[in-house]
Design a protein around this ligand. Structure first.
Ligand code: HEC
Ligand code: HEC
Length: 543
């Protein structure tokens, strides 16, 4: 076939993919929103004129028409067309194509749901793979999530295998692939199985398309927001979303952190496929990107926002519409951890709340202050014998529920993530830090820490230190060279490259991370592990 021939001819270009040029191209376009609206109407023309030269056969766009992908997936493929096949598309054309293709050939909300960690760029996330064969065949060079965020028939999965073989001939023996007949397995077994797990046609996609055609929800309106930024704590606030047409929005944010600081922001967003929100904003003075999913009925928007230049630093985000019918809906109680046997002050955040909030037996409301229609501040008295663990918090006349956890003593602490990595920066690459949290636990009925019946209470303040993980790290003094731990649990890695003070070793390190938590008179310690490793050169949106 014509394309396969091209593919082979172009395989000499593969080294470019690993160079800096490719990564610069790859990170750009999805959330980078500009004036694409004028070009948007002409996406079919762009497909015809720019893509058709190679893809058009008998009036149909070969390859392009038989796939479904996330917005990032489409963006990466179009970037690849530029890097591998020298296809020249402008920034605006690329954005218009991503919008057009993601809308018509995207994933249904259920289909992308298990892989949102990848779209949201969650650091240290555990890849989700349905079986060991997929993990070994397709999850060793990149995440398996990259695969599972696409939909194809068996023939198209096979073509993708051919693309891999053509572009990376060493695939048959790299990444522990030489213990099997990789090509035969990939074509004969993996591709058909992928088509079963991730088929081009699905009921979910059909339903979603029908729903979009009849009543697309859109994201415009006023929203109440709550979230948590590891290392900074809980926040709450508002988001105002104004439609600009063509699924594009102007967005204003007002957030207040429970710890005291306030931050406002302004930016833009695009809704792909009817629910995939991708935004760009300046929050405070920091450029941030948001990756949210709109719920099917359009009532909830949730996901993660992160710093554009340091995607590992970000926050969870959950928003519901600020509407009369949402009256009395609690979104979050901050702080949610209450120590038994004393006074406490909490803020209840939600939609149109009154002062009557019920926190259940053993927690008395001494005073209630209406801060705004959406926030009530409560002075509480928590009885010494109030039942430990999580409980519901109800707003008097409302429907929604919040939660608080009561404890009289913390039984144990765990470091999250228990195993993390940080990457050096320097030269053209930014460092990748690692944010840790100390999470308090109750032992549960069995009275033992680390078992299934433990109750996870949540993040508590801690003091942080790092040390050499083992004798090898000690001999090389890793803890001295790999970087520094900031007071709020964020590890900042050192610079890349050989360090003369280490006899030519670079600044990599294998460290243990220790959190010390004070609970009354006691100090509880917990440990984690941190690998400080070399730079990442290629940073595509889906790793
Ligand atoms: C110069 C020829 C050429 C042009 C022009 C071209 N492509 Fe491709 N395209 C290829 C080749 C060769 C392949 C197969 C190898 C590969 O996937 O890179 C391919 C594969 C694809 C695939 C399938 C990749 C997959 O997911 O497995 C898609 C989708 C695609 N192209 C989209 C586009 C779009 C959109 C454009 C226009 C912006 C475009 N192509 C322009 C040569 C071209
Ligand atoms: C030897 C390493 C390696 C293995 C094994 C591997 N891939 Fe890839 N894959 C790559 C590289 C490299 C890229 C493209 C470059 C990039 O984005 O970093 C890629 C890209 C992709 C893409 C995005 C391509 C597009 O245009 O949409 C998908 C999907 C994918 N691989 C699926 C698979 C599947 C399915 C398997 C198993 C059959 C697999 N990969 C096995 C290295 C590998």
């Amino acid at each position: 076939m014509k394309l396969d021939r091209n593919n082979r001819k172009q395989s000499g270009l593969r080294h470019k993919l690993r160079g800096g040029g490719a990564s610069a191209l790859l990170v750009l376009a999805v959330a980078g929103i500009g004036e694409a609206s004028a070009a948007a109407a002409s996406a079919p023309e762009i497909l015809r004129s720019k893509c058709g030269t190679c893809h058009l056969e008998n009036g149909a766009l070969q390859r392009i028409g038989n796939l479904r992908k996330s917005p990032e997936g489409w963006d990466m493929t179009i970037a690849r067309m530029g890097v591998w096949h020298k296809v020249e598309v402008s920034r605006d054309e690329r954005k218009a194509l991503v919008k057009y293709l993601a809308d018509r050939q995207g994933l249904a909300p259920e289909e992308s749901a298990p892989y949102r960690y990848l779209l949201e760029r969650r650091p240290n996330a555990q890849d989700v793979v349905p079986n060991e064969e997929f993990a070994q065949m397709c999850g060793r060079c990149h995440s398996f999530g990259r695969v599972a965020l696409q939909r194809r028939d068996a023939g198209e999965w096979q073509k993708l295998v051919h693309t891999h073989l053509g572009q990376f001939p060493s695939i048959e023996y790299s990444a522990l692939g030489r213990d099997r007949n990789w090509r035969e397995l990939a074509l004969g077994q993996t591709a058909p199985q992928l088509a079963e797990h991730y088929p081009l046609r699905s009921a979910a996609w059909k339903d979603w398309q029908a729903r979009q055609a009849s009543k697309p929800a859109g994201a415009a309106g006023s929203w109440r927001v709550v979230g948590n930024r590891p290392g900074w704590g809980d926040y709450a606030g508002t988001m105002r979303v104004t439609a600009r047409g063509g699924d594009r929005y102007d967005v204003d944010y007002e957030f207040a952190y429970a710890a005291g600081s306030r931050v406002s922001g302004r930016g833009e967003a695009i809704l792909y496929t009817g629910y995939e929100w991708r935004g760009d904003a300046t929050l405070g003075n920091q450029p941030v990107r948001s990756v949210f999913a709109l719920s099917k009925d359009g009532s909830r928007l949730a996901g993660r926002w992160f710093l554009r230049n340091a995607t590992e630093i970000g926050a969870s985000f959950e928003a519901v519409r600020d509407e009369a019918k949402q009256r009395g809906r609690i979104l979050a109680v901050q702080p949610a951890l209450l120590k038994a046997g004393g006074p406490a002050t909490v803020s209840v955040h939600g939609v149109r709340l009154g002062k009557d909030v019920d926190l259940g037996p053993g927690i008395r409301v001494l005073a209630a202050e209406q801060v705004s229609p959406h926030e009530v501040k409560l002075q509480l008295d928590v009885a010494a014998d109030a039942a430990a663990g999580w409980r519901a918090v109800r707003a008097g006349a409302g429907r929604g529920e919040g939660r608080v956890a009561v404890y009289s003593r913390i039984d144990s602490v765990r470091v999250e993530p228990p195993f993390a990595y940080a990457r050096h920066g320097g030269g053209t690459t930014t460092p990748e830090s690692a944010q840790f949290e100390a999470i308090a636990y109750l032992d549960g009925a069995d009275g033992k820490p680390g078992t299934d019946d433990d109750t996870r209470l949540g993040a508590v303040p801690a003091s942080w230190t790092v040390d050499n993980f083992d004798d090898k790290a000690k001999a090389a003094e890793d803890a001295k060279f790999a970087g520094i731990m900031a007071p709020h649990g964020q590890f900042i890695p050192a610079f890349a490259g050989p360090n003369p003070a280490r006899k030519g070793l670079n600044n990599v390190g294998d460290l243990s991370v220790v959190a010390s938590v004070r609970d009354g008179e006691r100090t509880l310690d917990a440990g984690g592990r941190l690998m400080v490793v070399v730079q990442r050169w290629n940073t595509p949106p889906l790793r």
